[in-house]
Design a protein around this ligand. Sequence first.
Ligand SMILES: CC(C)(COP(=O)(O)OP(=O)(O)OC[C@H]1O[C@@H](n2cnc3c(N)ncnc32)[C@H](O)[C@@H]1OP(=O)(O)O)[C@@H](O)C(=O)NCCC(=O)NCCS
Length: 150
Amino acid sequence: MIQVRRATSQDLPACGTIIDSQPLWAQYGYHGNDAVRHLTVSLAGGEAVWIAADEEDVVGFAWILPHGAFGRSPYLRLIAVKRGAEGRGIGARLLGSAERDAAGRTFFLLVSSFNEGARRFYERQGYREVGMLPSYVVAGIDEIMMCKRL
Ligand SMILES: CC(C)(COP(=O)(O)OP(=O)(O)OC[C@H]1O[C@@H](n2cnc3c(N)ncnc32)[C@H](O)[C@@H]1OP(=O)(O)O)[C@@H](O)C(=O)NCCC(=O)NCCS
């Protein structure tokens, strides 16, 4: 049974492990210890971090910056499901929790153009592509901007 709840500081090392389990972030030079450091600051500042956990372990998380898009709209900074646990609805549940917090607002995110699985995932969740930022985070990787009016 997977439960989705707000993260505590004790959950954060497991979030770092999830980042390291997914090859995506190594392409950005982003590692689990970076995520733990950022999430620690984020929690202390009252930002929302949602986690999905089964009886044994944290299996996914989502980190939201409430005004991270243009200083006015919520921005999905990170969402990750542990390698091997994808495709079981965990990401959809995490995103749903984040969205309920942001009701009435427009929710933004960026996704790597090559990440076809994630782009399909967001489209199914009702997000539409509204722009492209060439080589924005890392040279040679384009970011697709997506948003959804909640
Ligand atoms: C993208 C992600 C958060 C979705 O969560 P999930 O629990 O796997 O997704 P759900 O089970 O709710 O929905 C399934 C859909 O997710 C997508 N998906 C499944 N596995 C995926 C994977 N390994 N990588 C990217 N997307 C994946 C597919 O669109 C899938 O639908 P399909 O099987 O019909 O094509 C998760 O797969 C993940 O962490 N992937 C690797 C990291 C990543 O791409 N993060 C997003 C960065 S913007």
